[in-house]
Write a protein that binds this ligand. Structure first.
Ligand code: PAF
Length: 283
């Protein structure tokens, strides 16, 4: 049976016997509304670690005032049941004051990797994510932590933050889990109406089409305009970005070269903003 703890002190007490035994502790941070994508993160963590802690915390500092903090789905009972089924041992579900104590004045900011794409559209976002992850890592003190590649830029930012701060946690990326029609699993998919849900897989289809063009030697300059038109035709707004980037540095690329690359997109369907990305490699 999964144990739910709500304070850093209770968490420390729960983990102390495992630390004494020298067990490897894995950590999966989430904002709840858990789905099969989160289950896959926990399964990867269980395969690589002796014990797994999952946090559920809807982090206020990564939402701008006009974003969906208030309506973000909160489903703790169902989340605990899913985590229990998958086999995680501890659910850490702190109150806001446990993570941001009254008078709190500290933020963690990562330069460079945070500037393009999500950082350009949502300037508050990565400082909120880096700050909450640094605090959660301090509370849990895991050996390894597991992040979905669906939020690829976030994965790189958290990895850099953990390395720069010397937190001693290995940040491991887990491949995106998709619906059979290609839509990447996301808690925000719950916002889609039936017709938007039917249109949503176009995002992944367009990525695959652009990736095929890139492998044939075409450039982003020639492929992107048609891809953007296809998204708009499918019902999306004009994408916030559709970028080819170096997989490690996120430096922009126009064509594939020998460097591992990632193709990333963000666009809105109605009021719901969806992001997706795939790896692309020269054939
Ligand atoms: O990806 C998420 O769910 C969140 O950004 C994270 C990493 C749990 C931080 O709040």
């Amino acid at each position: 049976m999964i144990a739910t703890v709500r304070t850093a002190a209770a968490l420390r007490a729960a983990l102390a016997p495992w630390r004494r035994e020298g067990l490897r502790i894995g950590f999966v941070p989430t904002m709840g509304a858990l789905h099969r994508g989160h289950a896959a993160l926990v399964e990867h963590a269980l395969a690589a670690c002796d014990r797994v802690v999952v946090s559920v915390f809807v982090n206020p500092t990564q939402f701008a005032p006009n974003e969906d903090f208030a309506r973000y789905p909160r489903t703790e009972e169902a989340d605990a049941a899913l985590l229990d089924r998958v086999g995680a041992q501890v659910l850490y579900a702190p109150a806001v004051e446990e993570i941001y104590p009254p008078g709190d004045a500290t933020r963690v900011t990562v330069a460079g990797l945070t500037e393009p794409m999500e950082g350009a559209i949502r300037p508050h976002f990565f400082t909120g994510v880096a700050t909450v992850c640094a605090r959660l890592f301090c509370h849990v003190q895991p050996d390894a932590t597991f992040f979905g590649e669906k939020d690829y830029q976030q994965l790189l930012v958290v990895r850099r933050m953990a390395r720069d701060l010397g937190l001693g946690v290995e940040v491991i990326g887990v491949p995106t889990v998709r619906e059979p029609d290609g839509l990447a699993l996301s808690s925000r998919n719950a916002y889609l109406s039936a017709s938007e849900r039917a249109a949503a897989p176009a995002l992944h289809r367009v990525l695959q089409r652009v990736a095929a063009g890139l492998r044939d030697g075409a450039s982003m300059a020639t492929l992107a305009p048609e891809a953007m038109r296809a998204l708009v035709h499918a019902g999306f707004t004009a994408p916030d970005y559709l970028d080819l980037r170096e997989a490690e540095t996120l430096a922009p690329l126009d064509r594939l070269d020998a460097t591992p690359a990632r193709l990333l997109v963000a666009a809105r369907l109605g009021t719901t903003r969806l992001i997706d990305n795939i790896p692309v490699q020269r054939a």
